[in-house]
Design a protein around this ligand. Structure first.
Ligand code: FAD
Ligand code: MLT
Ligand code: ZN
Length: 472
């Protein structure tokens, strides 16, 4: 079959208006957020409903044409970008954007894959419920992308990763059949948990079209502080103390280096340093509760005073109102954008046990200082989850190419070290096309073999996002 007849079959399957041909619209969809990859597609399609997705996959499967699902295209590993062969179909889920139902008594919300995450959060809030998945990209990433990457973000310490928020799924499989396990059940031990395989599969096993999500009580009290800590070790000590003192109400615990403050103050309008004296390290921590008047502020204040006596911290600003709280969060959430505006960067999304983070920073930081003089370490992230964005930025006065030249050696050193610490080379951003070789290198061989068998069982013709995550 030639391209023309495949495309006319495709148009029939999805409706001619689902094909996007305007280069002004397709160009941003064919490159990834970090601009590491540029793809070329045989067609770019945005089907209007599940039935059209099903017909599209059946048609592509019949003709062995690869399909690359895409949500908000904010992923960091090139998972939503087709290859350069012009032989794959880019499938945008953006038109599947309905919140289908909210079951207030069951604390669940059912929404389609193309819903923007912030809109799903708002829908939950409108029913006096809380969807805890929260990331800096929430204004543009989509639910299907969040679940397919098993996104982490800012509240994992308390609520877990995206996977832990999913009760049911609707998925279109490679052959076009629809797996409807869109239940809102909290208990269901009826055999293998097949749906969990799609969470974090990055579109390699099927297309998620809708999900039933677990909600939580709406939050009514917060206590938020921006704290100057004497180092990562002290930050870990403070985390332990705060978890115990607050009855485990810590919903975020983010580590921020001085350069994170400098970059955001420099590049992001409206961001200012919350404290008067500079410190090498900071923590942005938040306690939250669904009870009005919960004495979270007192607990936080007491812990900060103890931490000062222990020598863990030197200063702290406690948010007095929503505006100040928002300003702290704006600083934290703008770090990736400020980093991007400051020049080239090499990213490592790593995790180690929380207790090991300080030692990791010390050892890996020393390696970078010795071997990468053209780079500056920007290590920040979700300390409460043991997840660091161990990024290296281009040093002022150097060229991007000078930093990029060291990328293979740097990546190997950091990821080998992560392995030695019993950690993960991809904590929350996934594999995509960026880390396929890393997975082959570091995965447990038995686990990797099982992944390949699962891939073959779900997608025998290898049409679902071929070349991403695992190669078969
Ligand atoms: P896309 O980029 O469109 O796709 C991601 C992957 O999922 C691709 O492999 C794609 O093929 C697949 N996919 C998309 N939709 C579907 C579907 N419906 N069915 C099957 N497969 C699908 N990530 C974190 O985990 N934590 C963070 O704190 C975080 N912060 C970020 C901050 C910023 C400023 C930015 C730009 C990104 C951040 N990210 C973070 C990364 C990114 O936003 C997440 O990975 C997000 O979950 C991706 O969603 P998306 O809709 O953009 O997915
Ligand atoms: C974050 O936590 O800000 C992101 O996951 C990291 C990034 O955007 O680089
Ligand atoms: Zn992150």
């Amino acid at each position: 079959m030639n391209d023309a007849s495949f495309l006319s079959g495709l148009a029939q399957a999805v409706g001619a208006d689902a094909l996007i041909t305007d280069p002004a619209r397709t160009a941003p969809m064919l490159r990834d957020h970090r601009e590491l990859y540029r793809g070329h597609a045989l067609a770019v399609v945005a089907p209007p409903d599940i039935a059209a997705v099903s017909r599209l996959l059946a048609h592509c499967n019949q003709h062995r044409i690869g399909v690359v699902p895409q949500g908000g295209n904010t992923g960091y590993c090139g998972g939503a970008t087709p290859d350069a062969s012009s032989s794959q179909v880019l499938l945008s889920l953006a038109r599947l954007n309905r919140v289908r139902a909210i079951d207030v008594a069951n604390y669940t919300l059912t929404a389609e894959a193309g819903c923007i995450l912030a809109d799903v959060q708002k829908a939950a809030a409108s029913a006096d419920r809380y969807l805890p998945l929260s990331l800096g990209s929430e204004g543009s990433c989509m639910l299907g992308g969040n679940l397919s990457t098993n996104a982490g973000g800012l509240n994992v310490i308390h609520y877990g990763m995206a996977r832990e928020l999913v009760l049911g799924l609707e998925v279109v499989l490679a052959d076009g059949s629809v797996l409807d396990v869109l239940t809102g059940l909290r208990k269901d031990n009826t055999g293998y948990d097949i749906k969990s395989l799609f969470l974090g599969a990055e579109g390699t096993l099927g297309v998620i079209t809708a999900a039933c999500l677990k909600l939580h009580p709406a939050l009514r009290s917060h206590a938020t502080a921006f704290v100057a800590v004497t180092g990562p070790e002290a930050a870990v000590s403070m985390l332990g103390a705060l978890r115990s003192a607050s009855g485990d109400s810590v919903t975020s615990f983010e580590l921020i280096p001085r350069i994170g403050v400098d970059l955001t103050v420099k590049h992001i309008p409206g961001v200012s340093d919350p404290l008067s004296m500079p410190s090498a390290w900071y923590v942005l921590c938040e306690l939250s509760s669904s009870r009005i008047g919960d004495p979270l502020g007192e607990v936080l204040q007491d812990t900060l005073e103890s931490a000062l006596k222990e020598g863990w911290i030197t200063d702290a600003a406690v948010a007095q109102n929503e505006r100040e709280r928002g300003a702290f969060w704006r600083l934290r959430e703008s770090i990736p954008e400020a980093q991007r505006m400051d020049g080239a960067s090499l990213k490592h999304d790593i995790s180690v046990p929380v207790s090991q983070v300080p030692r990791f920073i010390e050892v890996a930081g020393a390696w970078v200082a010795q071997h990468v003089p053209q780079g500056v370490l920007v290590a920040y992230g979700h300390l409460g989850d043991g997840n660091l964005h161990f990024n290296i930025n281009q040093r002022a006065g150097t060229q991007p190419a000078q930093l990029q030249a060291v990328e293979p050696e740097l990546k190997r050193a950091i990821h080998d070290l992560v392995r030695d610490f019993g950690g993960s080379f991809s904590a929350e951003h996934g594999i995509g096309q960026l880390k396929v070789f890393e997975l082959e290198r570091y995965a447990n061989p038995v686990e990797l073999e099982l992944m390949k068998r699962v891939k073959k069982a779900f997608d025998p013709n290898n049409i679902m996002n071929p070349g991403k995550v695992v190669r078969i």
